[in-house]
Structure formats: structure tokens, C-alpha cells
Write a new protein. Structure first.
Length: 374
């Protein structure tokens, strides 16, 4: 046998050994990653238990556990990628824009009220109850929309849900102005209310995302003020708009205002929900470093109901209903606010009949009469 052939045989015998060494090295690396991730998971659950007593229920991204595993993706505690570290200008810009999303739907729900008699005459609605339903059905949608908008915002982010709902509000508000009968108007008003409820469902989460407990009171006060002013200012504007132009403009004006708000939001409003920001950072990091086994604490949380978004959505939608039924304090408070809201809108739908037909007030002055409820 030649020397070359023996060398070739020897080399061929060494190849499995080399492959075995590479395989062992790969397995050791994988085992090391798994052990580090398990350690992070244990420490993360311990940190969550320690933070349960904290009144500030912000999402914890495990930033102080990164030293245990460099593959753990977190938001930098000192950078602007964390919403709590935004500048005051950025925080107030987002808060004000969310206030606009909270102001417009209640405003649109009542701007229509002083022109109710004009609407009934134009669409040949003879039943007063059917006429009043054109206002109340908008408010009914406020109760149904948040059941889906709030959990969706926890899956896809605050901004995309608010903006999508606002587009729905714009589309059906425009449709309301083109309605030719009571059925068309009722359907458009209902879906406009569903779209408008997106901001009402998400604003509390946005405030908690970007403001600490010490600063949150001012932001919440601004939101609450705009939320309350909407139903008060709406009739005063709607009465004169319907008298000088047409009742249809009481549907188109809120749609145009919402369109302007949408454009401003696209330019200046940023995402504030930390889990969504983490997922975006994880995807970006995986594109830059595909060889690393990167992950976030979202994969480690014990309270994850389902890895599928559908299961999580259903669970989140059912949870408020369960809380309402099993918590007496929450049920009584909800009952109280339902009574107050019902009384306010009872006055709104009866004022046009009382002061319009009864006292001969024009639509503009009926809107001024409705300022008394504020």
C-alpha cells in the first residue's frame, strides 16, 4: 500500500472524530443557552412577586436580568426607546393627541342632538323613539367597542388600534351624513360609535405607559376634562351648524376633525406599549444577529394564556365581564355611572322636543339650552 493511500485512510478515520468534537461543542453551547434562560425565568418570576406590592403596575421587561444572559432583549433604562424616558414635550404631545381621540366621539354623539327634529323631518321618521335611537345607538357602541379594542391594543399596540378605530369612525361618520333613511343612519351611527370607542378604551393604558405615578394626575385630569367637555360642547356647536347649513354637517364636521387628528397622530404620536416595543426590538435584533438565540421576557411570563393571539384576545375580552359580575364594588360603581350617563343622554334626546316643539326654540338655541346640563 502506498504512503499516500495510508495517509488518506488515516485522514478519513479522523473525520468522524472532528465531527464528534464539533457536535459536542454545539450541544454544550445549546445546553448553556438553555440553562441561562432557565435561570433568567426563575429570577424573573421572583422579581414579579417582589413588584406585586408596587402601585405602579408597569410592564417589567427584565432589564436588570440582562447580565445573566446577553441573549435577553430589553429596553435600555436610560434611552428614549423606553416611554418613561421620553421628553416632557413628547409625553404631552402623545397625551394631548389621545385627549383628542377621547374628545371627538362624545362630541359627535351629542352634536347631532339639537337637529333631531330636522333629522326626523328630513328622513320621514314619525316615531319619537326611533328618532331618539339615532343618538342612543351611538352611545351603545361605546359599551361594545372597548371589549375588543382594549385586548387588541395589548396584542398589536396602542397606536395602530387607536388609528384603525379612528379611520372606522371617520368612514361611518361620513356615511351618516349621506344616509337616506333611518336604518342607514342607525347602522352608520352605530359603527361610528364603535370606531370612536377605540380612544376611550386605550387612553388609560397610554397614560400609564408614559407617566409615572407622581406625574400621572395632570395627564389624567386633561383626559377627563376633554372627555367631559365633548358631550357639553357638542350640542352648542351642532345646533348652529344644522340651522345655518344642514343637519348632515353635524356628521361631517366631526369626521373632518378626526381626519386632521389622524394626520397629526401619524406624524407625532409614537407607540408606548412596552411588550410591543420589545417585540419590535427583538425582530430587529434577530435580523442583525440571526446566529444568536435571542428572546424577551414575554416568552417567560407564567400568565401567558395562549401563544395564539386569538386565545389571548378572547381571554382579555371575557375578563372585564367576569370582573364586573364577581366584584361588588366594581358592579355598583358601574351601575352608578350607567345611571348618570343614562340621565345625561335622556336630557339630550328630550330637550329638542321640549324646547324645540314646546317653546319654539330654533335648533341653534336648543343647542344653547343643552349647555345647562354641563
Amino acid at each position: 500500500m502506498s504512503i499516500d493511500s495510508r495517509k488518506e485512510n488515516r485522514d478519513s478515520l479522523q473525520i468522524p472524530g472532528a465531527t464528534l468534537e464539533a457536535g459536542v461543542s454545539l450541544n454544550l453551547s445549546n445546553d448553556s443557552n438553555i440553562s441561562r434562560r432557565k435561570l433568567v425565568a426563575i429570577r424573573y418570576q421572583e422579581e414579579l412577586k417582589l413588584r406585586e406590592a408596587s402601585p405602579d403596575k408597569i410592564f417589567y421587561d427584565g432589564v436588570n436580568l440582562r447580565e445573566l444572559d446577553p441573549n435577553l432583549i430589553t429596553l435600555s433604562p436610560d434611552s428614549k426607546e423606553n416611554p418613561r424616558n421620553w421628553t416632557q414635550r413628547a409625553k404631552w404631545t402623545t397625551t394631548t393627541l389621545m385627549g383628542g381621540y377621547c374628545f371627538l366621539p362624545p362630541f359627535a354623539s351629542t352634536i347631532f342632538a339639537p337637529a333631531l327634529l330636522l333629522v326626523m323631518a328630513d328622513l320621514e321618521i314619525e316615531n319619537p323613539t326611533l328618532g331618539a335611537m339615532q343618538i342612543s345607538i351611538f352611545v351603545l357602541a361605546f359599551a361594545l367597542g372597548p371589549i375588543f379594542a382594549a385586548p387588541l391594543s395589548e396584542s398589536y399596540g396602542r397606536t395602530i388600534i387607536v388609528r384603525t378605530c379612528n379611520i372606522l369612525f371617520i368612514a361611518f361618520s361620513l356615511g351618516s351624513g349621506f344616509a337616506q333613511n333611518a336604518a342607514q343612519l342607525a347602522v352608520c351611527r352605530f359603527f361610528a360609535g364603535v370606531g370612536g370607542s377605540g380612544g376611550l378604551a386605550v387612553f388609560g393604558g397610554v397614560v400609564a405607559d408614559i407617566w409615572g405615578l407622581e406625574e400621572r394626575a395632570k395627564a389624567s385630569a386633561l383626559m377627563s376634562t376633554l372627555l367631559i367637555l365633548g358631550p357639553v360642547i357638542g350640542p352648542a356647536c351642532g345646533g348652529w351648524i344644522s340651522e345655518r347649513a344642514s343637519w348632515r354637517w353635524t356628521c361631517w364636521v366631526p369626521a373632518m376633525a378626526a381626519a386632521a387628528l389622524e394626520i397629526t397622530s401619524l406624524l407625532y404620536m409614537k407607540e408606548s406599549y412596552i411588550p410591543v416595543l420589545l417585540e419590535r426590538k427583538l425582530l430587529k435584533s434577530k435580523r442583525l444577529h440571526p446566529e444568536n438565540d435571542l428572546y424577551t421576557v414575554i416568552e417567560l411570563r407564567a400568565d401567558r394564556v395562549s401563544t395564539k393571539r386569538t386565545g389571548s384576545l378572547i381571554s382579555s375580552a371575557i375578563r372585564p365581564v367576569i370582573y364586573l359580575l364577581v366584584d361588588p364594588v366594581l358592579f355598583l360603581l358601574s351601575l352608578y355611572f350607567a345611571f348618570v350617563f343614562g340621565e345625561v343622554y335622556l336630557l339630550i334626546v328630550t330637550f329638542p322636543e321640549i324646547f324645540g316643539s314646546g317653546y319654539g326654540h330654533s335648533a341653534g338655541f336648543v343647542g344653547i339650552d343643552l349647555l345647562a346640563q354641563g
